[in-house]
Ligand binder design. Structure first.
Ligand SMILES: [Zn+2]
Ligand SMILES: [Zn+2]
Length: 424
């Protein structure tokens, strides 16, 4: 079976670059219009009702088989090519952020206080565009492409399930069985027209924690008659940074941030409790586990040294690091070069931000690429997750071509992740 697929692949060669390019370029006005429509109507995680419905309707119009809603508001499209072959997935995320829009643009957010500040409007548009291009070339497509539009990448509201974890739980990799996946993110640290990749981790793991330190209320003038949790919390802040700087190999990237501390209600009353909230990041599963274990030990030890108790709680299961599989990445870079041009495909360093695409990448070989959206001449330079973030829309047709090409090349290789021997 595998042998037959490999032979079929050899005959199929790579993606039809010129046809993909022509289709993506013809689609450009529609891509801009779609991105602006989604940008003007941003929706928070697990509430992407309008966006999910828009995607489902567009996919149905293409004759793509659609499952909707999946994982609350998500959509799965399955495009079966005219020729037999393996199955590859392309993933986009649907959700926006609770950040106001400060840009004075015609496509400014109409949903007060909510904005596509992470570029997921563009991700959704690009994967939809890839579906449109590939559906137009369906007759020759050597396999099946699954389009995944997931809700709540930024995390579901507390107490709700969501995101990639819920998509997987609802079986989006199972029927048809997906054998590799590609994902993308807008990147304002790269110029529009450039694309970034890396082998191994490209985004960090992320875990969120809450620590509660117990105290005993009393008059601030007589602390010995109660128990003051404030200096204990202060000691914990320092002790936790020592875990990072003294207990884990300096060669291993990691971050621990305490982002919030709350306790007490008056200047001369000893507080009842102090609550600290924070996050840890790492690029390696072993480092992540070591951090978690040492944080627990430090919290318990510092509290006990002062005769009190402290509780550590991990808010959810977190995300592992996002890891680009070496074979798939090496085999995919030539396709990116055909789209972007050789000098514009850059190996980039991993970042300490996180992505729940990581959960898909744990299951099958994956490649997550960063698409440049910066345009200094036009003043488009703001970071993601800011009120000023915007993209150069030139990324839209390039992104469509890139994803359509990567998917097609993978199918044409017969679903073999790695490049043929002799290529690097
Ligand atoms: Zn984000
Ligand atoms: Zn994002």
């Amino acid at each position: 079976m595998l042998h037959a697929l490999v032979l079929a692949a050899a005959a199929a060669a790579a993606a039809p670059d010129a046809r993909i390019r022509a289709a993506a370029e013809a689609l450009t006005p529609r891509l801009v219009e779609t991105r602006r429509d989604i940008h003007m109507n941003p929706e928070l995680g697990n509430r992407e009702t309008r966006t999910g419905a828009l995607v489902a309707e567009r996919l149905r119009a293409l004759g793509v088989e659609v499952r909707h809603p999946v994982a609350r508001t998500g959509v799965v499209g399955v495009l079966v090519g005219g020729r037999p072959g393996p199955v590859v997935a392309l993933r986009a995320d649907l959700d926006a952020l609770p950040i106001p829009e400060r840009n004075d643009v015609p496509y400014k957010s109409r949903n007060e206080g909510v904005k596509h500040a992470c570029g997921h409007d563009a991700h959704t548009t690009i994967v939809l565009g890839a579906a449109e291009v590939l559906a137009g070339l369906r007759k020759d497509l050597p396999g099946t492409v699954v389009f995944l539009f997931q809700p709540a990448e930024e995390g579901p509201p507390e107490g709700e399930e969501g995101g990639a974890r819920l998509m997987l739980k609802e079986g989006v990799f199972d029927a048809p069985r997906v054998s590799a996946i590609y994902g993308l993110h807008m990147d304002p640290t790269l110029d529009v027209g450039d694309v970034g990749w890396s082998i191994g981790p490209i985004f960090a793991s992320s875990d969120r924690f809450v620590i509660e330190v117990d105290g005993k209320k009393t008059h601030g003038a007589y602390p010995h008659t109660g128990l003051d949790p404030v200096p204990i919390a202060a000691e914990l802040v320092q002790a936790l940074q020592l875990v990072v700087s003294r207990q884990i190999d300096a060669q291993d990237p990691k971050v621990l941030t305490i982002g919030s501390i709350h306790g007490g209600n008056r200047f001369n009353i000893i507080a009842e409790r102090v609550t600290l909230e924070g996050t840890i990041r790492s690029l390696d599963a072993g480092v992540r586990a070591a951090l978690k274990e040492r944080i627990a030990r430090t919290v318990a030890g510092v509290a006990s040294a002062h005769g009190t108790a402290a509780r550590l709680r991990w808010v959810d299961d977190g995300s592992p690091p996002t890891v680009n599989e070496a074979g798939l990445t090496r085999a995919s870079v030539p396709g990116l070069e055909r789209v972007y041009g050789q000098g514009h495909v850059r190996e980039v360093r991993p970042q300490m931000g996180a992505e729940d695409f990581a959960l898909f990448a744990e299951r099958v070989p994956a490649l997550y690429v960063k698409m440049g959206v910066r345009n200094q001449a036009r003043g488009i330079t703001a970071m993601i997750h800011t009120e000023d973030f915007d993209i150069d829309e030139g990324v839209l047709p390039l992104g469509v071509r890139a994803l359509a090409t990567l998917a097609w090349d993978f199918l044409a290789r017969g679903g073999v992740a790695a490049a043929p021997a002799g290529r690097k």
